[in-house]
Design a protein around this ligand. Sequence first.
Ligand code: DLZ
Length: 192
Amino acid sequence: MASIKGPTPQEHDGSALRIGIVHARWNTTIIEPLLKGTKDKLLACGVKESNIVVQSVPGSWELPIAVKSLFSASQVQATSSGGTSAGDLLGSSTTDLASLSTNPSTPFDAIIAIGVLIKGETMHFEYISDAVSQGLMRTQLDLGIPVIFGVLTVLSDEQAKARAGVLPGSHNHGEDWGLAAVELGVKRGAWS
Ligand code: DLZ
């Protein structure tokens, strides 16, 4: 029987939005399909490729500070012609920087944080999962922009694969995160 879990999707026009994605590099084989699912959904909603900026950090622990740095850098760029770039703050590659500078006049409408935490033998998982979820919530409330929670907190590799669309017939949760970013980006613009 099909699961009853999950949101009733709403599709919005993302063509005017600028979206940031920050992803961890731990568990890359799961991160990659999630990142692809996220980007594919953003593009399907009309977000321009040049308005999607992707940055990476070592692990999920670094996601909250990276989201904050990325947003702050986009604000600096929007208010001055020669300010600090997100790449300077995050030590990113020049490719990421190139995409950041395509439309420097607009701060992000939403930022998606993607990570995969898989439970191991120690308490690491519990501490990082709790801190990252609290950190991302605090970041979005402090910054006043939607920060989409694209962090899988799973008990096994199998559970991770089942949520990244890697197993046959499984759903890629990245698509939901892309959809949520567009919806919140559009609604935030309308509400503010
Ligand atoms: C250390 C660690 C461990 C054990 N597990 C994960 C994980 O499953 N997923 C993840 O994204 N990151 C993990 N990390 C790395 C931490 O998030 C962080 O990058 C390091 O502790 C350095 O601050």
